[in-house]
Ligand binder design. Structure first.
Ligand code: CTP
Ligand code: ZN
Length: 153
């Protein structure tokens, strides 16, 4: 690799590249990277050929699951996810919008039964033109992706 990197290359792990602005902190939170004590480096507003500016997240010694990679596309559809082994990109994960997301978000509806009962939240993911919406399985209400918050551990 002869190009200069704004954020150091990693030996092993996952690089989430081409993240659209405003979504990076949410993705860090969503993947619970800080709770899991992973070594994470982040670049904000880096110049990109493909996008005006991009963000990226590098997670050392951890490979994301396919479900985690797909969950990222709800918030950053243009993100590219690379698995690194011995400083080389060994895989570029092909992502697709996940059909559903369970246990991760809190339902924004204050009277949803999920707030009163010890049940895992469950949302169906739906693409509405350029927008991604989440439909709560319990109260059947539809929310914009930016309305949902990640559940605290
Ligand atoms: N990367 C890294 N550590 C490595 C190798 C790669 O952090 N040891 C990062 C690169 O900086 C880049 C991403 O992983 O952000 C993907 O690497 P590569 O495929 O080499 O970059 P591009 O050719 O720019 O990829 P793309 O096709 O996604 O544009
Ligand atoms: Zn609900």
């Amino acid at each position: 690799m002869n190009k200069t990197l704004s954020v150091s290359a990693i030996q092993n792990g996952t690089v989430i590249d081409h993240i659209t602005s405003d979504q990076t902190l949410r993705i860090i939170h969503m993947l619970r990277l800080l709770d899991r004590k992973h070594t994470v480096t982040v670049g904000f507003n880096l110049p990109s050929k493909r996008m005006k500016l991009k963000d990226l997240i590098k997670i050392e010694n951890h490979v994301l699951t396919n479900q985690e990679a797909n969950e990222i596309t709800v918030f950053a559809p243009e993100a590219t996810i690379n698995i690194i082994k011995n400083f080389e990109v060994v895989q570029k994960i092909i992502t697709s919008l996940p059909p559903s997301i369970g246990g991760l978000f809190i339902c924004p509806n204050p009277i949803c039964v999920t707030h009163a009962e010890p049940v895992k939240s469950f949302f169906t993911v739906q693409e509405q033109g350029k927008h991604v919406q989440l439909i709560c399985h319990y109260c059947e209400k539809t929310f914009d992706r930016n309305q949902v918050r990640v559940k605290a551990l």
